[in-house]
Ligand binder design. Structure first.
Ligand code: ZN
Length: 362
């Protein structure tokens, strides 16, 4: 771990003040600038390459048992986003020292900074949908600080997880007055029909000590912290469990046979939800790569070559590359997988020179 125990002991603890903020609104109510509308939906599905007709055709939606066309569920947050210009203005105001927030969210961030947890990373986002959004729905979102955990040790460092919950409600657009005040929006949001809930979690953590500041031969391998845990979901769990069993699995649609990686809930070709897996041979070639030097995370060794490997089955996988000097990496290099057991809970595939290519390179 990057923090020494004495640094942690000296750290101020604002746990009680932080817990007092749990349950409080994390920002003002947000009102979508426009009702759910066909042009926005069309732009979205074109940008995403989603050709499901239920988003653009009432008839296709009725064929699937819905009364009318609907917005893609994952557009949820897009409806209430404030837009690029408003974000730039807010950033500029913050940089100029204006608009120093005094709400519970800003207070929480300041308390966490004061504890030393100045780094931030978004860890996960969960969305629950109560019903499809349809044209004419006007969306409102109210956000709350739902949870601030005790300090936890993570692969990135010690920190607290902060969960913000957004409650989305909708009313018919015709019921929304022109330029409603925040209190009017709040009242409408409270009285509207709940359509979705989103939970957004960040980790505020103690930044790792820069490796450059340490003596060159510091940190023997035994002191290396555990690798960061993957964010397991119902979609990707099989893949990491396969890796624990030293199997490189590829998700396969049982309806049309299309292979896909990374794991997804549905087939991108035919839309089917049923899938099984295929065990990859582990042979492939280097499709692309980067060699990471910075930022350095204490769990990894640097320079850190990361490859995008084209498997012979046709899908690609991101993995560490080992056994090849970073300067010798070339696109098209034949590679072969092996599995590394980092600890009891985490095994991952890494790729190295293919056996046949090994002699040629030697
Ligand atoms: Zn399919």
């Amino acid at each position: 771990m990057s923090a020494r125990p004495d640094e942690l002991a000296a750290r101020p603890d604002h746990g009680a003040a932080l817990q007092a903020l749990v349950g409080q609104p994390s920002g003002g109510p947000q009102l979508s600038p426009h009702a759910v509308n066909a042009p926005m939906i069309r732009h979205w599905v074109e940008a995403m390459g989603d050709t499901n007709p239920v988003y653009v055709s009432d008839r296709a939606a009725r064929d699937c048992g819905h009364p009318e066309a609907m917005a893609p569920a994952t557009m949820l947050q897009a409806w209430v986003m404030r837009g690029l210009r408003a974000s730039q203005l807010a950033d500029a105001a913050r940089a100029a020292g204006e608009a120093e927030g005094s709400g519970p969210h800003d207070t929480a961030m300041r308390l966490l900074d004061a504890e030393g947890f100045t780094s931030v990373v978004a860890t996960n986002c969960e969305q629950h949908y109560d019903r499809p959004l349809v044209i004419g729905d006007r969306l409102m979102a109210r956000s709350y600080i739902e949870e601030i955990t005790e300090p936890k040790r993570t692969g990135l460092g010690v920190g607290r997880f902060v969960t913000t919950r957004l409650d989305f409600t909708a009313v018919p657009d015709a019921e929304v007055p022109e330029e409603p005040s925040p209190s009017e929006v709040d009242a409408m949001a409270a009285g509207g029909e709940r359509v979705a809930t989103m939970r957004f979690r960040i980790l505020k953590f103690l930044p790792p000590v820069r490796a450059a500041a340490a003596p060159p031969q510091a940190a023997p391998p035994a002191a290396r912290p555990l690798r960061p845990r993957p964010a397991l979901t119902q979609d990707n769990r099989f893949w990491f469990e396969g890796a624990l069993a030293h199997k490189l699995l590829i998700q396969r649609c049982t309806s049309c046979g299309t292979l896909r990686h990374p794991p997804l809930p549905a087939c991108g070709v035919c839309g089917a939800l049923d899938w099984d897996t295929l065990e990859a041979s582990g042979r492939g070639e280097l499709y692309s790569f980067v060699v990471v030097h910075y930022p350095q995370v204490a769990a990894f060794e640097y320079p850190l070559p990361i490859g995008l490997v084209a498997l012979e089955e046709g899908t690609r996988v991101v993995a560490n590359i080992e056994g090849i000097a970073p300067g010798a990496l070339r696109i098209g290099l034949p590679l072969e997988v092996r599995f590394v057991d980092y600890d009891d809970e985490l095994s991952l595939p890494v790729f190295g020179p293919a056996a046949s290519a090994h002699e040629a390179m030697a």
